[in-house]
Write a protein that binds this ligand. Structure first.
Ligand SMILES: C[S@@+](CC[C@H](N)C(=O)[O-])C[C@H]1O[C@@H](n2cnc3c(N)ncnc32)[C@H](O)[C@@H]1O
Length: 211
């Protein structure tokens, strides 16, 4: 499966992908606190396999949220629809985890007093000033997520001082939003070049906050 043309997103077979996915999700479930939740984002290539594995190991679904991209890249060959969304699965550790964080009242407040009830979230892709680029204008990371999307997740399901784990840190978007919202975070990233990019991004953000 090759959703992104980068080494980290290539697997020999569905079986390989499933083994990898099972192992990391199982570890996340192990360290997940009873009041915590897990969010996994994916596309049609992989999200159904991810969802099956999540249910097989006992994670309990709360919602699936659809990130609708206002500016998805068109499908140019006209052989299928434009894929304009990604799916986030939101789940708790197991079906007995009832005391998870869902900031219902806070979300209502920032939604003009109206219940925030929709599971379709509309945000543009990460573009413009927000998109990290190297000195030649090349994107620093192929799948940098928009800050607003991650912000919505973190505001929904955590409070100040909570600890957030992102095992696929990439360019550090989760760390930036977590820092801004006064959450603690742990990020894991296997590619040295992305670790450097994320570290610099975080340092720059902290410096900016101090001025
Ligand atoms: C979808 S990207 C994350 C993008 C990130 N949310 C952002 O906004 O920049 C997934 C990242 O996971 C990393 N990755 C892939 N396999 C990994 C592994 N086994 N351990 C740690 N990181 C891994 C990739 O190098 C890639 O940067």
């Amino acid at each position: 499966m090759i959703p992104v043309d980068d080494e980290w997103d290539k697997f020999e077979s569905y079986e390989d992908y499933d083994n990898f996915t099972y192992n990391w999700i199982k570890e996340c479930q192990r360290v997940l606190k009873p009041e915590g939740t897990i969010w996994i984002i994916g596309m049609y290539h992989n999200i159904f396999r991810v969802g099956k594995i999540m249910q097989d190991i006992g994670l309990w679904f709360l919602n699936d949220v659809i990130w609708i991209k206002t500016d998805a890249l068109p499908n140019l060959n006209g052989r299928r629809f434009t894929n304009n969304h990604e799916t986030l699965i939101w789940a708790v550790k197991n079906k007995d985890s009832k005391k998870y964080t869902f900031n219902y009242e806070f979300l209502k407040r920032i939604n003009g007093g109206k219940q925030m009830k929709d599971t379709d979230w509309v945000f543009g892709l990460c573009r413009g000033q927000e998109r990290l680029r190297d000195k030649n204008g090349i994107k620093s990371h192929p799948t940098q997520k928009p800050l607003k999307l991650i912000q919505q997740v973190i505001l929904t399901a955590s409070n100040k001082g909570h600890l957030i784990l992102d095992p696929f840190m990439g360019s550090g978007t989760t760390a930036i939003v977590a820092t801004a919202l006064e959450r603690n975070w742990i990020g894991i990233e296997k590619e040295e070049k992305y670790v450097k990019i994320a570290n610099k991004r975080i340092e720059d953000y902290i410096k900016l906050k101090k001025v």
